[in-house]
Design a protein around this ligand. Structure first.
Ligand code: GDP
Length: 193
């Protein structure tokens, strides 16, 4: 697993702090609490690489992780803490936007959605961002272990129908490892690791 070599590199609060070498990157996005940190930790086989974040303050940073070959995983701040004031939400949107607009080395976006609550407005916004910059997007419908197989298949079909050609999508569980190999091979393929 090439992702296992991931090490924390830097947290950025603004574009000037983004690492500037031209290494390929895969960004992880999702609503707060969707399961993004758990997915990153599972993919990298590291228990605490991405902090499972419960505090709105931490959501304002972009965290960069470096792999042995120089490629990077990028943890974009989660969206959707209800109590966050509008000014903070705006800052968040600007930070994400500055990342997505200024990363020619962005090889793909892994977008995390809770299998039980897919395709919320933020998810649509992220898909729109990705299509604007012509970046491939792969969706992990995570927490699949929370649903029976039949329900999982139904949710997957709903999202596939909604997406059409816009993104690829799979079921995933950080809890029991469902879909892990498929997700890893997508990330590794984008990063050519
Ligand atoms: P983040 O805010 O998107 O980074 O979400 P976290 O990774 O912190 O996860 C939010 C909550 O969902 C935590 O309580 C996790 O333990 C739980 N969780 C995350 N992934 C899974 C999963 O695949 N299955 C189950 N059952 N729970 C999960």
């Amino acid at each position: 697993n090439p992702l296992k070599s991931a090490e924390f590199l830097i947290s950025a609060a603004r574009a000037a702090q983004f690492p500037d070498e031209d290494s390929p990157e895969v960004a992880f996005a999702g609503r707060s609490n969707a399961g993004k940190s758990s997915a990153i930790n599972r993919l990298t086989e590291q228990k605490n690489l991405a902090r499972t974040s419960k505090t709105p303050g931490r959501t304002q940073l972009i965290n960069f992780f470096q792999l042995a070959n120089g490629a990077r995983l990028v943890d974009l701040p989660g969206y959707g803490f209800a109590k966050v004031p509008p000014a903070v939400k705006e800052k968040w949107a600007r930070l994400i936007d500055s990342y997505l607009q200024k990363r020619p080395q962005l090889a793909g976006i892994i977008h995390i959605m809770d299998v039980r609550h897919p395709m919320k407005p933020f998810d649509e916004q992220m898909l729109a961002f990705a299509s604007q910059i012509d970046c491939p997007i792969h969706i992990l419908m995570t927490k699949a272990d929370k649903l029976k197989r039949g329900q999982q298949a139904r949710q997957l079909q709903i999202v596939r129908n909604a997406l059409g050609e816009a993104a690829s999508v799979q079921l995933f569980s950080a809890e029991n490892g469902q879909g892990l190999e498929e997700a890893r091979s997508i990330v590794a393929g984008w990063l050519k690791t």
